[in-house]
Design a protein around this ligand. Structure first.
Ligand SMILES: [Zn+2]
Length: 117
């Protein structure tokens, strides 16, 4: 699958199997990271299952969009406290997002300012 950020081919870094779907963590040649979800049509037999799967995917997409905004804000110099306030989240959650979405070996994500306390 191609990277949604730069279009380079991506590879699977991690696969997580859930009851109804499979989540794959991917990274492209430029180290952009993103997740994909696989769902078998047969798993979506009932309307309730389809609605549930749709809700889960939409929620995951919204979380991913929000987390991308959080990481971008941190990379552009905002503090953890500022970003937490903007998104109505705890500072612990912001740190968790940063840890999940950044890789210290990726020069694009270095230099995130810690909240000075
Ligand atoms: Zn990319």
């Amino acid at each position: 699958m191609r990277c949604p950020t730069c279009g380079a081919w991506s590879e699977v870094k991690e696969t997580r199997l859930n009851e109804a779907s499979t989540r794959r963590r991917r990274a492209c040649a430029n180290n952009h990271r993103f997740n994909t979800y696989e769902v078998l049509p047969s798993m979506l037999a009932s309307t309730r299952d389809r609605q549930s799967a749709t809700r889960k995917v939409k929620a995951a997409v919204e979380r991913f969009k929000r987390n991308t905004l959080i990481v971008k804000a941190l990379l552009s110099g905002s503090t953890v406290t500022e970003v937490a306030k903007v998104h109505g989240l705890t500072e612990a959650r912001i740190r968790q997002v940063r840890q999940t979405f950044t890789d210290p070996t990726n020069p694009d994500t270095n230099g995130i300012k810690e909240n000075p306390q």
